[in-house]
Structures are given as structure tokens and as C-alpha cells.
Design a protein around this ligand. Structure first.
Ligand code: MOS
Length: 734
């Protein structure tokens, strides 16, 4: 008997951890080259209008300043007059930096100052004088809400008779919820280091969630097919901000092409607020229930903001048509164009907003009808996805409710608001459900056995801190039957096998499946090679007759017959296999989703109104968990962000200027250590044979979904105050 236990399911430490904590992991702005030039972006100070003139003489006169790049002297660009798209592009025409004299939003890059040092470039940037012809702008969604148009998204058709059922029901609520603009604020700033190679090819170190997306973008925009390689081995957080190429990339490329030199452009923290963000939203929820709490009508209308040049859409209202069983549903989603940059996906895009509003509304309905909030969810449990009219491939949400409630002690909650207190603190208990799609996208991976017995597996995916290096190592070790320390996983290089953007919680499902398949194909090649050896004891054996354990190939019926994989390679030469995996056909008949139940305790100082989150329990159903440690980290990170969304995060705009005011981490508040209690994460057992061969659904997004609602519901329970515009700051509860 072998004692080799599967590496999948183990709480393995991050394999890239030592590189990160010793500073050996290098990020996009840390790759240098002798005589590297530094670019600094000069941004617009108006929200709409035209550039009348740019006076860069004073900047250019400084010794060491080599270029001030503007729309007037940028190099010709192959497709700048044609709309081009990246893999995460919204409908419309993507923003083109330095295209012409139009100013489309405040903070738009209008010039790039290139100099021998970053300090010099930034100083010179402050000397560039830009004169504008301003035009009136609108940046306030609340003012422009009536100008919203239908979103170009596939919002599910209405079903049943929403209006009739709503009117007839005994219990109902109808409320509006408003959420602010939020920004991703990853620790690592967006950066591009463009190495100009002899002959004019470009090697680009980029902060991105998709090296091949950036490669294609630069190839298409600049007409450099086959001459671009993009590397991104480490990413210091992205959360969606790296799904699209951001403007520092084309700016750095332009400067490199014009000067035929290597150039780096790093955005400042302030400039991190000058591209995509989570859009402000206005959501209108109408819920009605009968005497026993069964939903009779669900209505969800949402308005989001977008730019004037693209229609950013996300799945915001769909969740209300599927999370609970209801026959009468009406969903509507609109967009209001403003003089702002286009929003971009931000952790659990759409669901974070839509489920927040739905789950607050469910809590309001529970209190309006005198039913325990958890009981209301159970009464309306959906066995099928009502939007698609399909059964779920697996849905252990009941186990999430049961185990989460048990651990939290939910049964001891008293229904009345303001009914639980300790000294001067009001105690509130709130809960919410979370849901996210379990997606899979086509992906490829390559597995290669080396003469020393090491297994090198690769794919052009990313690790944005989520643990991709680690979980792919585990999947490969398990699939190939080799020890974890014999596996090396490579990613973040556009020359590797095709991979989708790292997003949507789909990397394990997509790339993990390809890794597993590549290893399976490699095993067949190993057996084939072994059978070519003269007098091979494996002659005539099929894959069913053998097993791969601990770096060896064994005959099942006689394990004393074995061969070391390294030895096979040393005799045969390097063996490799590449696999491409598409989402399985059987997925089509099923709805696939991850679920969660979140329970929160808040304590509110009655005199001061300060709100403290005291406890969080999050129970997750996400199929098979490859690594409970990295997956648990994802959930905790999501919970922290949900606390921030509920209580702190808000990018404030001065609408007179159309400009963000708190564009820094001093004034854009995020939770810090003392704001976050111990977060208990439970992964409930869930088996799924439909989503993919791993049975794993992905956990990147589900952690944040529902958290803000659970906090808001807890604040209501503590104080009796329903705050429907986030964040819930103390002035709103006093
Ligand atoms: Mo995530 S918002 O799909 O990076």
C-alpha cells in the first residue's frame, strides 16, 4: 500500500510565499535596464472640453527631460481610428489615450513627460501648462438617473404577473438603495516597464490579470503582430483593475517606440483613481410575500453609471430572479452615461451591488412580516435557477445556513431591533445569502517532465495574490502522481499556453482543468515511452493497468514493477504534453453557482454611533476546495472588503469640478486591523460532477457577496435604523 495522500485538499503554504517575503518576487515596476527612461503622466483638471494648447517648453528645457508626449506628437498608431477591443472591453469605443484634443473626464492623461529619472519626470510634469476650452459636465448619477438608457445586457425577461401579485400580497416592502463609487486600491500601482529590444520588438513587464490580453492589445493598437511579449509573474493585488490594459501601457509603448528606448510608466496612488472603478448604483427593490413568507413578487430595478464612450454592464439584477423561488419577477437594468471614465469589474462585479440590495430588502421583508430572516430564506429556497429554469448542479446552501447559524448562535437572536445590548453598546445580529456563478472558460496548459524528475507545468494565467501558483502545483502533483516539491508551475508570460483573464472565480475551474488534462496526456506519453524500452515489463499494459505514485510508474497488479519518471526521461528525452479544455457539454443542462451564508454581529455605541463589527461567520459552498488555506484567505479578504463596503468605502466626487476628492489611502477609508474581528470561514461539503472534472467551483468572488447586507441588517437590528445609502457612517445612525 502506498501512503501517498492527495495534494488536492491540503492547506499548503503558498509556494511563492518565500519569494514574496524575501523581496525576490519582482513586480512590473521593479524590472530595470541600464538607461531606463521614466514617464510621468500629466492629467486633465477639467471633466469635459478640449485642450486648447499645451506649453511644454519649460519642462523640456530641464536637462534630463527627453520628451513631452502629447496628442500632437505621439507616434502614428495602426488602429487608433478603428475601435479595438480587449478581452474585458465594454460595449462602445475603448478610451484611447493621447488620441486627440478631447477631454472626456477629469484625470484623463493628456501628456507623458519622459526623463532620465522618475523624480525629474514628475517635477517636469508640474511645469507643463495646459489651457482648456471647458464645456459643462455631468458626473452625478443621482441627477442624471432619468437619462439612463437600457443596458446592452441580457437581463432576464419578466415572468408571471409581478404587478398583480405585488398588489395582492399581504406583506410587502418597496425601497431604494444607493451605493457609491468605490475603487480597487490594490497595494501595487499599475505599471508598465517596456524594454525596447534590438530590432524594435518589445518585452513588457506589466501589472495585469491577463498577459495575453495585453499582448494582443499592444499588437493590435500599434500594428506589432508577433513582436510583443508580456510578462507578469507577480501582481500585488488587482481585484479586477488589471482585467483591461490600463492607459499607462499604451503610453509607455508610445514613448518607447518614439524614442527607441526602454521606458517605465508607474501611476501614482492618485492616478489609480483615474480609470476603472465600481460604479455608483441606484437600486429599487419591491418584494411581496404571503402570510407564510413565500415570495409572491420580486422586482429589482437598477441604474448604474457609465462613461460617454462605453456602456459598462455587469450582472446586477439577475440574482433577484434566481436566489429565491418566485413566479412573478420583474428585472430592469439601466445605464446613465456621465462625463467619467468607464467603470470596470471590481471583485464580484454586479453581485456585490445587486445582492447587497436584495439581501437588505429580504431583511426588511422579514421584519415587516414578523418572520426570522433566516427562516424567510429557507421558506423561499430555490431548487432551480428561475432565470434559466434549470436545476443546480449542486447547491449545499442549506448546509451553509445550518452550519453558519449553528456556529454563530443565530437561534439566540431576539427579533426586535434594539433588544440586545451590553452596557452602552447596542448589539445587532444580521445575516445574508451570497451567490456567484461557477464559470469555466476555455484554457490550455502544458506539462513537461524533466530529466531530474521535476514536473514543469505552465499556462499564461496570473496569480494576483490569490494562490494560483500554489493550487496549480497541487492539482498537477495530484494528477501526475509526483511530490509537491517536484512540481514547478509557471504563469504570467504571454508566450505560454493560452489562458483566459484571471477573473470571475474561474481560474481553478478553467486553468486547473487544463493542468489536470495536460498531466493525464503526459502520463499516456510516459507509458508509451516506457513500453518502447527493450523487454519492458509494461509491454501491453494500458493506462488502466498502471498507476503513478510518488514520481514513479507502477504496475497495479504487481507494484514491485515500477520505474522512476526521471529515469524514463533520461532514457527517452524530455516528455511533454499540452491540453486545451473547453467547458463540458453536460454543463448546458445545469445551473452552476457558488453560495454562501454570512452572519455578522455589530456593536454600536449608543451615544457616539460608532459601529464595530464584532464577529463574522461565513459558510461557503463552492464544490471541492483545492487548498483550504488559500481559499480561506480569499473568503476572509472578501469579508474584510464587505465590511469596508458597508461602513467605510466611498470615492467622493466634487460634482462642480467633476473630480474625485479623496483619491488617496488617507481619505479613501478601508478597514484596518482594528476594524476587522476574527472571521470564521466554513467550507461546507459539496460534491459536483458537472462543473468540471475537479468538482471545484472557485472562491475568488463569493467571499464579499452578501457581507455588506449582513452588516447593514445587523446595524438595523442593533439600532432600529435602516440606512439605505452606503457606507453606513456614524452620522447616519445617530
Ligand atoms: Mo475579478 S473582478 O473577475 O478580477
Amino acid at each position: 500500500m502506498n501512503t501517498f495522500s492527495s495534494p488536492v485538499g491540503q492547506p499548503l503554504d503558498r509556494v511563492d510565499g518565500p519569494l514574496k517575503v524575501t523581496g525576490q518576487a519582482r513586480y512590473a515596476a521593479e524590472f530595470g535596464t541600464p538607461h531606463l527612461l521614466h514617464g510621468s503622466v500629466v492629467s486633465s483638471t477639467i471633466a469635459r472640453g478640449r485642450v486648447r494648447s499645451i506649453d511644454s517648453r519649460e519642462a523640456e528645457a530641464l536637462p534630463g527631460v527627453v520628451l513631452v508626449l502629447t496628442h500632437q506628437n505621439r507616434p502614428p498608431i495602426a488602429s487608433y481610428d478603428e475601435p479595438y477591443e480587449d478581452d474585458d472591453a465594454a460595449e462602445g469605443s475603448p478610451f484611447r489615450p493621447l488620441y486627440n484634443d478631447r477631454v472626456l473626464y477629469s484625470g484623463q492623461p493628456l501628456a507623458l513627460v519622459v526623463a532620465e529619472s522618475l523624480e525629474l519626470a514628475r517635477h517636469a510634469g508640474s511645469l507643463v501648462r495646459i489651457a482648456y476650452d471647458s464645456e459643462p459636465h455631468q458626473t452625478d448619477l443621482l441627477v442624471a438617473r432619468d437619462q439612463a438608457h437600457e443596458a446592452p445586457a441580457e437581463t432576464p425577461e419578466p415572468r408571471g404577473d409581478f404587478a398583480g401579485a405585488f398588489a395582492a400580497a399581504p406583506h410587502k416592502i418597496e425601497q431604494e438603495y444607493v451605493t457609491p463609487v468605490e475603487h480597487h486600491n490594490p497595494m501595487e500601482m499599475h505599471a508598465s516597464t517596456v524594454h525596447y529590444q534590438p530590432g524594435g520588438d518589445l518585452l513588457i513587464h506589466e501589472k495585469t490579470q491577463g498577459v495575453q490580453n495585453c499582448q494582443r492589445y499592444v499588437e493590435d493598437v500599434f500594428g506589432l503582430k508577433g513582436r510583443i511579449r508580456v510578462l507578469s509573474p507577480f501582481v500585488g493585488g488587482a481585484f479586477g483593475s488589471g482585467l483591461r490594459p490600463q492607459y499607462q501601457l499604451p503610453l509607455a509603448v508610445m514613448a518607447a517606440l518614439k524614442l527607441k528606448r526602454s521606458v517605465r510608466v508607474v501611476l501614482t496612488r492618485q492616478q489609480m483613481f483615474t480609470f476603472g472603478y465600481r460604479p455608483r448604483s441606484i437600486q429599487h427593490l419591491s418584494l411581496a410575500a404571503n402570510e407564510t413568507g413565500q415570495l409572491q413578487a420580486v422586482g429589482h430595478r437598477a441604474i448604474g453609471q457609465t462613461s460617454r464612450f462605453e456602456d459598462f454592464t455587469e450582472h446586477e439584477v439577475e440574482w433577484s430572479g434566481m436566489l429565491y423561488r418566485c413566479d412573478n419577477v420583474s428585472l430592469d437594468y439601466r445605464l446613465a452615461p456621465l462625463d467619467v471614465f468607464t467603470p470596470i469589474d471590481m471583485r464580484a462585479p454586479g453581485a456585490t451591488l445587486g445582492v447587497y440590495a436584495l439581501e437588505c430588502a429580504m431583511d426588511e421583508l422579514a421584519h415587516a412580516s414578523g418572520i426570522d430572516p433566516l427562516q424567510l430564506r429557507l421558506v423561499n429556497f430555490a431548487e432551480r435557477n428561475g432565470n434559466q429554469d434549470k436545476p443546480y448542479s449542486s447547491k449545499e446552501l442549506r448546509a451553509c445556513y445550518a452550519q453558519g447559524a449553528e456556529r454563530f448562535g443565530w437561534a439566540r437572536r431576539s427579533m426586535e431591533p434594539r433588544s440586545m445590548r451590553e452596557g452602552h453598546e447596542l448589539i445587532g445580529w444580521g445575516m445574508a445569502t451570497g451567490v456567484w456563478e461557477a464559470m469555466q472558460m476555455p484554457a490550455s496548459a502544458k506539462a513537461c517532465l524533466e530529466p531530474d524528475g521535476r514536473l514543469v507545468v505552465s499556462s499564461a494565467t496570473a496569480d494576483i495574490g490569490t494562490g494560483t501558483y500554489t493550487v496549480m502545483t497541487q492539482i498537477a502533483a495530484a494528477a501526475m502522481g509526483v511530490a509537491l516539491d517536484k512540481v514547478e508551475f509557471r504563469l504570467g508570460d504571454s508566450s505560454l499556453s493560452q489562458a483566459p483573464l484571471e477573473g470571475g472565480s474561474a481560474t481553478v475551474s478553467s486553468v486547473g482543468s487544463a493542468v489536470q488534462q495536460a498531466c493525464a496526456l503526459l502520463q499516456a506519453k510516459v507509458l508509451d515511452a516506457v513500453q518502447q524500452f527493450p523487454g519492458s515489463p509494461f509491454a501491453g499494459a494500458s493506462l488502466d493497468d498502471v498507476t503513478f505514485v510518488d514520481g514513479r510508474l507502477l504496475l497495479k497488479r504487481d507494484p514491485s514493477v515500477h520505474v522512476d519518471l526521471g529515469e524514463v526521461v533520461r532514457s527517452n528525452g524530455t516528455l511533454e504534453a499540452e491540453a486545451r479544455v473547453e467547458p463540458g457539454e453536460k454543463r448546458k443542462e445545469w445551473a452552476t453557482a457558488t453560495h454562501s451564508a454570512v452572519f455578522v454581529e455589530v456593536r454600536v455605541d449608543e451615544a457616539l454611533g460608532t459601529i464595530r463589527v464584532a464577529r463574522v461567520v461565513s459558510a461557503i459552498a463552492a464544490g471541492r476546495v483545492v487548498n483550504p488555506k488559500t481559499a480561506g484567505n480569499q473568503i476572509v479578504g472578501g469579508v474584510v472588503w464587505g465590511i469596508g463596503m458597508a461602513l467605510q468605502e466611498e470615492t467622493l466626487i466634487d460634482h462642480r469640478l467633476g473630480r474625485y476628492m479623496n483619491h488617496n489611502l488617507a481619505e479613501y477609508h478601508v478597514p484596518v486591523q482594528t476594524d476587522v474581528p476574527d472571521v470564521e470561514v466554513i467550507f461546507v461539503e459539496e460534491h459536483d460532477s458537472v462543473v468540471n472534472d475537479l468538482g471545484s467551483k472557485g472562491v475568488g468572488e463569493i467571499g464579499i457577496i452578501g457581507v455588506a447586507a449582513a452588516v447593514a441588517n445587523a446595524v438595523y437590528h442593533a439600532t432600529g435604523r435602516r440606512v439605505r445609502d452606503l457606507p453606513i457612517t456614524l452620522d447616519k445612525v445617530l
